[in-house]
Design a protein around this ligand. Structure first.
Ligand code: PLP
Length: 450
């Protein structure tokens, strides 16, 4: 039987040299609270061994380590999926990180006009950069693309019928259905056409039935193939104009560059969406744009002004850190440095040779693994079924176990398994991650071979 009288007092534990070191790191209050908790539970549920000072300190260290682990970890993305929603989508460009560092560590002229010394408009710089880049009349930045759609529909079309093609009722992952978000706005969705075919007459019929807007949604994460038909974007906007109703395009990923130059399908660009004549175009800032999480709305000045005056905007607006990052990212496009400066485009544009060289280097450093040809994907609800050829480093020993070891390693490495092989795709490894990746791979391989 254990003897609870041997349990050291809280003060006695706190006095120990090793506990002093813990106090330095975790603070006295937290350490004291943990000691009390541990001793209480020892009293309620006495262990077989008499609980002494050593046992209490050991438990204390374990508890505090658990608290350390309550955090979002940086991970190495070795999946080859460039825009991985579960891994935070787009990594930011260097310029964006510098801008965040610079602006977030002090104060910022966020809503202050330095020229006139008066209150200024939030997000003015980022919006100006956006209109310059795209030739849109006006711009507005919100929290994400779902917010962009929610605000647009709420402010402009609450209680009014909005026509949307049945084949574009998108679920974007995480169980979120855009049509449900649309409905939250109070707009009434009028589904037109069938899943695979919609004609201009279907939209016309919806207008006859009272539709006040035509909403096009880019089917980002799926493809309708085979016996399909849908009107050209220009036809949709022309019909809306001629009948005096709005046309809105939920573009999804917001590419500013042509994806077909990398051998993939052409993802409709922001510029094309505007040129097609939509009154408003909405897209995400952290998909193919490669910036921070945000939603961008471009289009007619009068409509953007109505969105800016809507009370809901206060709940959907972005913070200063996001704006600093977005401005810096947009500048990379403006100065023609997107392909070399923005990680998403660096990863998409990486040459096969550079990937193969890195795969070979990893293999030689590890003395293990095989090089096999394979494919990377863009992900993040962009370019479904489109792939980029890559060279994978493949491991066949206990792939499930290795996957778990890598995931729980430090740093954590996220890999994928295909045909019983654990695969590492160098395409999504960031330039400063190579050595850390090697370390994690070496550790897990050593553990597997033990
Ligand atoms: C990704 C996506 C959304 C949601 O965008 P978030 O920025 O994640 O809110 C909405 N519509 C389409 C078509 C999308 O692809």
């Amino acid at each position: 039987m254990s003897d609870l009288r041997a349990l050291p007092s809280v003060n006695k534990v706190l006095e120990q040299l090793s506990v002093q070191a813990l106090i330095e790191h975790y603070g006295r209050d937290l350490v004291t609270e943990q000691i009390r908790k541990i001793e209480n539970s020892l009293r309620q549920d006495p262990p077989a061994r008499t609980p002494d000072l050593e046992l209490v300190i050991k438990e204390l260290e374990d508890c505090l380590l658990q608290i350390d682990k309550i955090k979002t970890n940086r991970v190495i993305n070795a999946t080859g999926v460039i825009l991985h929603t579960n891994l935070g989508r787009a990594p930011l460009c260097k310029a964006a990180i510098e801008a965040i560092n610079d602006q977030a560590s002090g104060f910022q002229a966020l809503e202050f006009d330095l020229e006139r010394g008066k209150r200024g408009h939030r997000a003015e710089a980022a919006e100006t950069l956006l209109t310059r880049l795209t030739s849109a009349e006006a711009a507005l930045i919100v929290n994400n693309n779902a917010s962009a759609m929610l605000l647009t529909l709420t402010a402009l079309l609450k209680g009014k019928p909005v026509a949307i093609s049945r084949g574009q009722m998108v679920e974007i992952g995480g169980g979120f259905r855009m049509p449900e978000v649309f409905r939250q706005s109070g707009a009434k969705l009028l589904e037109v056409g069938t899943t695979n075919r919609v004609r201009l007459e279907d939209y016309q019929e919806a207008i006859n039935d009272g539709a006040r807007a035509l909403l096009a949604v880019h089917p980002s994460n799926y493809k309708v193939t085979g016996f399909t038909e849908s009107p050209a974007l220009e036809e949709i906007t022309a019909l809306a104009k001629s009948t005096g109703i709005l046309s809105i395009y939920d573009l999804g990923s917001g590419a500013m560059l042509d994806t077909s130059q990398f051998g993939m399908a052409h993802e409709p660009t922001v510029q094309e969406a505007l040129a097609a004549g939509f009154d408003l175009v909405c897209f995400s800032g952290d998909k193919l744009l490669g910036g921070p999480q945000s939603g961008i709305i471009l289009g007619r000045t009068d409509l953007i002004a109505r969105l800016k005056n809507h009370q809901l905007l206060r709940a959907l607006r972005v913070d200063k850190i996001c704006l600093a990052a977005l401005e810096a990212t947009l500048r990379e496009y403006l100065y023609g440095r997107a392909l070399t400066g923005i990680p998403v485009w660096q990863m998409i544009g990486r040459s096969q040779k550079s990937i193969q060289t890195q795969a070979r280097y990893l293999q030689s450093q590890l003395g293990d693994g095989q090089l096999v040809p394979g494919f990377s994907t863009v992900g993040g609800g962009s370019l479904p079924e489109e792939t980029l050829p890559t060279t994978l480093l493949s491991f066949s020993i206990l792939p499930q176990k290795m996957l778990k070891l890598l995931r729980q390693g430090d740093p954590a490495v996220i890999a994928r398994i295909e045909n019983d092989q654990l695969l590492i795709d160098p395409r999504t490894i960031q330039p400063d991650e190579e050595e850390a990746l090697l370390l994690s791979l070496k550790k897990s391989l050593a553990q597997l071979k033990r």
